[in-house]
Design a protein around this ligand. Sequence first.
Ligand code: RIB
Ligand code: NA
Length: 298
Amino acid sequence: MTRIVVVGSINMDLVTLAPRFVGPGETITGDRFLTIPGGKGANQAVAAARLGAQVAMVGNIGDDAFGQSLYDGLKAEGIDVSHVTRIDGIGSGTASITVAGGENQIVVVPAANGRVTPAQVDAAREVIRGADALLVQLEIPLDAVEATLRIAHEEGVPVILNPAPAQKLPVEWLTRVRFLTPNQHELAMVLGASADTDFRELMRQAPCPVVLTRGEDGAWFTDKDEEPRHQPGFKVDAVDSTGAGDTFNAALAVYLAEGLDVAVRKACATAAIAVSRLGAQGGMPRADEVAAFLESHP
Ligand code: RIB
Ligand code: NA
C-alpha cells in the first residue's frame, strides 16, 4: 500500500450555488448552500485515501464546531489524524465559495491553518520517514512549508509541492522538490516571471521537474532535463472544479510508482471525474471509479 503524508490546510468550505457571480454592492438569490469539508491539504489527503493510499495528515483545526466535524471527517476517511492539532482560542479555516456556471470564486480565511509550525512538522518526522511521498501546498505559513521540505529531504522522502495559492518562492527550496505541480499562473508567480511567458519556457526555467496542469487541456510534464510532454485532458461536463487540482496532486502521488506517464494520465482522469461532481471532497472518486473511467475513455 502506498503511504502518503500530507502537510497542509484543513478548511470548512461554505459553498453557495448561484446563477452567476455577484458584483460589488449587489445582492442576488442563490440556489443552494452547503458546508463541505475542504482545504487544499485535507482535500489532497482525502483524495489519496479514496484512491487506496494509507494517509497521514499534518495540520490544524480550530476549537469550533467546524473543527470537530472536519476532524471526524478525516478519521472517517481512514486518515491518520494523530498529527492534526486542535488550536484553542481560534476558529477553523474557512473558504467562502461561490459556484456559478461550473466556475468558482473563493475567499479563504486561514485561522487555525495559520498556526501550523515547523515544530509541528518536526514532531511528525517519524511518519514522514515511513512515507513513499509527501504532499504540501501553500495554505500554511511558509516557515512550516520550508521545514517540511527540509525534513522530507533529510528523510529521503520525495515531495510534491503544489504551489497554491500562488506565491513567489526562494529558488533553493525548489531544488528539494521532486515535482512542482502549478498551473501556468502559479508557475509564473513561483519563479517571479512575467505572467505572459509561454508555459513551456517557464517549465524549462524551473530548477526542478514540473507537472503543470492546464484545465481542459490536461497536463504538461517533465522529468530531469527533457522537453515538456503533454497528457491531453479528458472531456467531461464541468459541474464544480473546486478541489480538482488537489485531486490531481493526490492521484499523482498515489500512482507515481507506476511511472510518471501513467501517473499523470491517471491524475488527469481522477481530476476530470472530480470536476464532473459537486464539492471538493464531495467529488473525489475511488480507485475502481478511476479504472472504469479510463476504460471508457481510452
Ligand atoms: O483547492 C480547493 C480548496 O481551496 C477548497 O476546498 C478551499 O478550502 C480552498 O482552500
Ligand atoms: Na468537484
